[in-house]
Design a binder for this molecule. Structure first.
Ligand code: PLP
Length: 405
């Protein structure tokens, strides 16, 4: 019955109010203490900032971590530290947040879009080799939604062609690949602590690495080009002030304590939801790796086939699902290379070669994901109880029944 749908005024299938971030009096007290201390800034990045960096590096199983203002700057600093030069090419997926590709432009480099695997929506490692040229310097695999990329294959290719790998782990705090935390496998791993992310202080970013030289360079770029052991007015590198505050660091230290349990819970809920949806016609959750990986489900993604929903377009279905109380989203409306930035070559002051041209770029799987298939359920919903996850599945079935009655 159409009138039974919440979008038409019927009862909601899901009534749990999901909120994010999750915090209590501890966070409020800790931030208040920093405020009361008067130590609002920290030009040396010592104290609470250094403490959180150590904690996060240890959590990831990486030797070093450098915090910075956001997860776009962290990607860019990692890329610069990897030694890219103007005109170099960097391989990126087209199904991701703009920063993965725009930071490449901001390094005077050329993003080369390689299509995604339709089973996982991650960079399709089988297509990377054909995109490598003598100008290729780096690959930025994005662990999309929190699902691990095929890192063994990617690292092998990188070794063969002497490329740097920067993992974009903005969705993947706490997730792992064959026992290694994501972000700790490539030459560098980049994280975001923006407000929607699985670990947040409102804004913030981090690079983790095991490479001492990368670490020293990124630290310097983050702190106006100063170096460890140098003087306050000695600037060695073209860096900027990208430091975070002690307020952010104290929030992140406390939030980090919940990350492992939250990740395990999302991982479990993701497996459950995949199971519950397995027999629903027209709904296909993305393939879950090979079982050995921990998925952080920043996004739970399923493919939607309107044929089994009375021909209802995806965006309308997502509105209906949202009205039922499921925290969901229609995903990216188009692949990154369709953005005016690339189509109109609005490269401003950046020295991008004339030959960089995106008018003919075509990644069929990314286009299918954007234009037809992908529906997202968001991470704060994936933190619900098993009962909530059951209700998500029931909401989908309820809509299907109403539309096909
Ligand atoms: C959020 C995000 C970033 C950048 O994070 P900001 O902190 O917002 O700059 C980079 N890559 C991906 C895939 C993201 O989702």
């Amino acid at each position: 019955m159409l009138s039974n749908l919440a979008i038409n005024g019927g009862p909601k299938e899901v009534t749990t109010p999901f909120s994010w971030p999750i915090f209590d009096a501890q966070e409020i007290k800790a931030v208040a203490e920093v405020v009361a201390s008067g130590q609002w800034g920290n030009p040396d990045c010592t104290g609470l900032v250094a403490k959180f960096e150590e904690e996060f590096a240890a959590y990831c199983g990486s030797k070093y971590a450098v915090s910075c203002v956001n997860g776009s700057v962290s990607l860019r600093l990692a890329l610069i530290a990897c030694g890219v030069k103007p005109g170099d090419e960097v391989i990126v997926p087209p199904y991701t947040f703009i920063a993965t590709a725009s930071v490449v432009i901001e390094c005077n480099c050329v993003p080369i879009f390689v299509d995604i695997d339709p089973e996982t929506y991650n960079l399709d490692y089988r297509l990377i080799e054909a995109a490598i040229t003598p100008r290729t310097k780096a690959i930025i695999p994005v662990h999309f939604g929190g699902q691990a990329c095929q890192m063994d294959e990617i690292m092998t290719l990188a070794g063969k062609y002497n490329l740097k790998v920067i993992e974009d782990a903005a969705h993947a705090h706490g997730a792992s690949y064959k026992g290694s935390k994501l972000g700790s496998i490539g030459h560098a791993g980049s994280f975001s602590f923006q407000s929607s992310k699985n670990l947040t202080s409102g804004e913030g970013g981090m690079v983790v690495t095991n490479d001492e030289n990368l670490y020293a360079t990124i630290r310097s770029l983050r702190n106006v080009g100063r170096i460890d052991g140098g003087q306050w007015y000695e600037h060695y590198n073209p860096g900027c002030n990208y430091r975070i505050t002690p307020m952010q660091a104290t929030l992140l230290s406390l939030q980090l304590r919940s990350l492992e349990a939250q990740t395990l819970k999302r991982n479990e809920n993701g497996l459950l939801l995949s199971q519950l949806l397995a027999d629903v016609d027209g709904i296909s959750p993305l393939t879950r790796g090979h079982g050995e990986n921990l998925h952080s489900y920043h996004i739970f993604i399923f493919k939607y086939d309107p044929e089994f929903f009375g021909g209802t377009p995806k965006n309308r279905f997502v509105e209906m699902l949202g009205a039922e109380g499921v925290p969901c989203f229609k995903g990216y409306p188009e692949p990154l290379y369709k953005q005016p930035l690339f189509q109109n070559k609005n490269f401003m002051c950046y020295a991008i070669p004339e030959t960089a041209d995106y008018s003919q770029t075509y990644c069929p799987e990314a286009e299918k994901a954007c234009y037809q298939d992908a529906v997202w359920i968001l991470q704060h919903g994936m933190l619900g109880e098993a009962e909530d996850i059951g209700a998500f599945a029931r909401a989908i079935v309820k809509i299907q029944k109403a539309l096909t009655a």
